[in-house]
Design a protein around this ligand. Structure first.
Ligand code: GLC
Length: 735
């Protein structure tokens, strides 16, 4: 073992003894007394039972243990179930748990990733809103509906930073930027957990996948992750840390290895960084089967060694694989595992059950009446439409084709996706598909004269009946094309080597443009996609992602200007697969691309993206002026940066004013710019507003190679603008 490992081990046991520290309030004291008393009665078998979670329904991974665990539950040998929902269903299992000797309630978890029965836009789509209140509102609604359906816990938010659009799970996160990802993580945790987990409308959050899962080599899901600690600290760590600071009740260990150790067995990640350095008091659940998968990693010889490595590392609850239930007792009896490690894990889990109020009333979330009134409510639908509108990104609007006039007579609606309820939901959906409003539904509901044509085959993307499609277009006032990838072409185990949109779909758009009619393209996707032919030929393009239950209404509200689109891309859109991973926070290198000549570039493809991070247009225009830096003397604010923004168009609109910072010279190589502030403002036509950003340690600091957060004196450049490329700059020196 290297020195550091020994240090962590020492830390581990020292930390265990001190683990009941922290802010000891009267509630904590009462909880501590209750949990200690309960643990004093528990047998080793009952303790280990609390560390085990099985799937009660469908599988979201391989090797599901299908056996009915009701008997184990009634013996107190199971602590949690996943993939069971519904007040009646969870009540049934909870009743079994109440037959056990100590009547310790089960907790039920489910992947409520973007809405429950009322579906919300994909998390990546919501991130495009750059509206933290809207994002929190979405999480709040998800929690409200999930809690009404007997759930206590969602395996969300997924906070993994994604630079690689080939990785299908970018759809679940908040994009490529760590500063923004950290803000979104906090908003989602608070939306889900509120201020009181015992409230019947809140559920436990789960920060996942710890850590670095978003950076699999070559964008291939589950692949190894290999990065320096300095790179991890600056570009991947912030959202996890923010989730812990936000008080997330749980974390989930990732499938991948990190620094040559499977995350699920990484003492550095789970015990040292998360529990000791960050003071995390919740519990860590493994990802599906990942304790047992340490054997596949060839990090454990068998399930017994996997159990030893998991519990030693600080992995508290094992999802689905059964290494703990089969081996932990023997490991304790053989003296290979200190029972204190088991006790620490049990305590963490029991404390969350206590905070949920389940010891007072194990059935408080199993109320079928509340389930009926909360799920699919008008409030939920309004929330979903509100957030969906704000997730749409306007990429192009030549000749101001948009917004459409409400007097438009004939619409040619092209594309099978315009009618696909299932595709609107995206991956990881819990939505009631039958209640999804498609684009076609919404247009008809608004009384528009819509001539729908399939345009392309949804299965193979081949053009269908081109003449019929072109004649529909020629007989219309405007052509609207719903196109893109399929909903389940992004998500888990959906990595792609080629993120291009089908050639035939793009060719169809070119043919439609040739008719001379105004063509509006709706790009539906769960990740950045490549569509260069459409990008060049189509006069108007909206990125509508997968918006779920209120998709049709939100898209129509934007098309007809009831809502002026305000979204900004949370991930860079490449123009060639060969550019990936591609993000805006690249480093200068010793031969900057900008210098030309002998520089960092390709000889066969461009280096510029199709659309940069933070990019998004509006139906109106904004002018930035009067950029200033004001040296400040107050406390921890070094200075502030102010800029005037004016709405110079004819529509009311919202603008996400973005602040980027460059540390000109530092003790480690730093990116050419980093997002360090944003503010979404609303301006009437002609109205202007001064936006001010405070410059503190948060804006100027970074992690050095010892993973210390430092701020160094010297020159900085502040950049303010409407996206990561179109910015105005000003110099600043920190003395
Ligand atoms: C899946 C996912 C994880 C999810 C878990 C339970 O494989 O990796 O994000 O929460 O298993 O469904």
């Amino acid at each position: 073992m290297n020195k550091r490992k020994l240090l962590f081990n020492a830390l581990g046991s020292v930390m265990l003894l001190a683990s009941c520290g922290g802010n000891v309030t009267s509630e904590n004291r009462e909880m501590d007394r209750f949990v200690s008393e309960l643990m004093g009665k528990m047998t080793i078998e009952e303790k280990i039972g609390q560390l085990c979670q099985c799937s009660g329904g469908f599988a979201t991974g391989p090797n599901n243990t299908k056996i009915d665990r009701t008997e184990d539950i009634s013996k107190g040998l199971l602590g949690s179930m996943l993939n069971v929902s519904g007040a009646a269903n969870t009540r049934k299992y909870q009743e079994a748990a109440m037959k056990s000797r100590l009547q310790i309630p089960l907790i039920f978890g489910l992947d409520v990733i973007h809405g429950f029965r009322t579906g919300f836009p994909l998390p990546l789509a919501e991130a495009a809103s750059f509206d933290l209140d809207a994002i929190e509102r979405s999480a709040r609604c998800s929690a409200r509906e999930a809690a009404a359906a007997g759930l206590h816990w969602t395996f969300a938010p997924m906070v993994d930073i994604g630079w690689d659009a080939r990785w299908g799970r970018v759809m679940e996160g908040a994009g490529e930027d760590p500063y923004y990802g950290a803000k979104v993580a906090k908003a989602r945790v608070h939306g889900l957990q509120g201020d009181d987990l015992s409230d019947e409308s809140t559920i436990m959050a789960c920060i996942k996948h710890f850590a670095g899962y978003g950076a699999p080599i070559a964008g291939k899901d589950y692949n190894s992750v290999d990065m320096s600690m300095g790179h991890f600290a600056n570009f991947y760590m912030p959202p996890y840390k923010a989730g812990a600071e936000a008080g997330a009740a749980t974390f989930m260990s990732a499938f991948n290895d990190f620094n040559n150790e499977p995350c699920t067995g990484s003492e550095f990640l789970l015990r040292y960084l998360l529990k000791d350095k960050w003071g995390f008091k919740g519990f860590v659940v493994s990802d599906w089967g990942s304790v047992g998968e340490m054997i596949n990693h060839r990090y454990a010889a068998d399930e017994k060694e996997a159990a030893l490595k998991g519990i030693t590392a600080g992995l508290d609850m094992e999802m689905v694989s059964e290494c703990y239930s089969k081996n932990l007792k023997a490991l304790v009896e053989e003296g290979k595992v200190d029972e204190k490690l088991v006790d620490d894990a049990v305590r963490r889990i029991l404390e969350q059950k206590y905070k949920l109020g389940l010891f007072e009333d194990p059935f408080k979330y199993c109320n079928e009446e509340r389930e009926k009134s909360v799920i699919g409510s008008k409030q939920s639908r309004e929330d979903a439409c509100y957030v969906a509108e704000r997730s749409i990104v306007l990429l192009k609007n030549d000749k101001n084709i948009l917004p459409l006039s409400k007097d438009v007579k004939r619409i040619s609606l092209v594309g099978a996706l315009a009618k696909s309820q299932k595709d609107m939901c995206g991956a990881w959906s819990c939505a009631d598909v039958s209640k999804v409003v498609t684009l076609y539904d919404a247009m008809c509901e608004r009384g528009y004269n819509v001539d729908y044509v399939e345009g392309y085959n949804l299965e193979n993307n081949k053009i269908v009946d081109l003449n019929r499609t072109l004649s529909s277009a020629r007989n219309s006032d405007v052509v609207i094309v719903a196109m893109g990838e399929r909903a389940w072409q992004s998500g888990e185990m959906r990595s792609k080597g080629d993120i291009s949109i089908a050639e035939e779909q793009q060719k169809l758009v070119s043919e439609l443009v040739k008719t001379g009619k105004p063509v509006v393209v709706l790009m539906m996707c769960g990740r950045p996609v490549i569509f260069n032919e459409v990008r060049k030929n189509a006069p108007a393009i909206l990125c509508t992602w997968w918006l779920s239950s209120e998709a049709g209404n939100a898209i129509c509200n934007v098309l007809w200007g009831d809502y002026n689109p305000s979204g900004k891309l949370p991930m860079t859109f490449p123009q060639h697969n060969g550019q990936i991973p591609l993000n805006y926070q690249y480093k200068s290198t010793g031969r900057p691309t900008a210098n030309g000549g002998w520089c960092a570039k390709y000889i066969d493809i461009p280096t510029e993206p199709a659309y940069p991070f933070g990019y998004g247009l509006s139906y109106t225009t904004f002018e930035y002026s009067d950029l200033k830096v004001n040296d400040s003397v107050n406390g921890d604010v070094y200075a502030n940066v102010s800029v005037n923004v004016k709405n110079t168009g004819k529509y009311k609109g919202e603008e996400v004013v973005q602040l980027y910072v460059r540390d000109e010279v530092a003790s480690v190589t730093r990116p050419i710019k980093e997002l360090k502030g944003f503010e979404k403002i609303s301006l009437e036509p002609g109205e202007s507003k001064t936006v001010t950003f405070d410059i503190t340690d948060e804006q100027l600091g970074f992690y050095n190679n010892n993973m210390d957060y430092v701020v160094e004196k010297g020159d900085f450049t502040f950049m303010v603008g409407t996206n990561s490329k179109d910015v105005q700059s000003i110099k600043y020196t920190l003395k």
